[in-house]
Design a protein around this ligand. Structure first.
Ligand SMILES: [Zn+2]
Length: 166
């Protein structure tokens, strides 16, 4: 499919807005369409749709090496992300849709932790510091974690030979 745009209606203010879509080729996987819309009222949305036939509802990968950190991750708005070892859960429709890799997912977790840290009390700050320490160990390949993505629409994926796919 090729790049294009279409008219839509803003779900917040009802104005007409332009929805843009751009195809993106993910290596060893296939084409993913990225959708983007911005309205004058401040509303914006991003989503992704997997165009290849490989659409599955659940991916789980154990991250144990630097190679695992570079595995590509596609998350649609309907994807639920879980990292049990860090107590992280991102529910569907929370946060943005993205195409990134496992390390990018960890960077997103770190940015959220930095925001939470600002208003945290001493006890919460200690917990956050512990999570930062764990994330650094994971990035250095000294600690393992699982990354699980569930998406009933089949538009999310973890692209790794080591991923368990359902
Ligand atoms: Zn609007």
């Amino acid at each position: 499919m090729s790049e294009g745009q279409m008219k839509g209606v803003c779900p917040i203010c009802g104005s007409e807005m332009t929805l843009r879509f751009v195809p993106y080729e993910v290596s060893y996987f296939g084409e993913v369409m990225i959708f983007n819309a911005v309205c004058g009222c401040g509303y914006k949305t991003t989503d992704v749709m997997i165009l290849s036939k490989r659409r599955n509802k659940r991916y789980e990968v154990e991250v144990a090496s630097e190679e695992d950190l570079s595995a590509r991750v596609v998350r649609s708005q309907y994807g639920r992300i879980e990292i049990p070892e860090l107590g992280v859960v991102v529910e569907p429709k929370k946060g943005e849709a993205f195409i990134s890799n496992v390390e990018g997912v960890l960077q997103r977790v770190e940015s959220v932790l930095k925001l939470l840290e600002r208003d945290a009390n001493e006890e919460q700050k200690a917990k956050i510091a512990e999570l930062f320490r764990k994330i650094n160990e994971i990035k250095a390949g000294r600690r393992r974690m699982r990354l699980i993505i569930e998406d009933p629409t089949g538009n999310s994926a973890i692209i790794s030979e080591r991923a368990n796919v359902e």
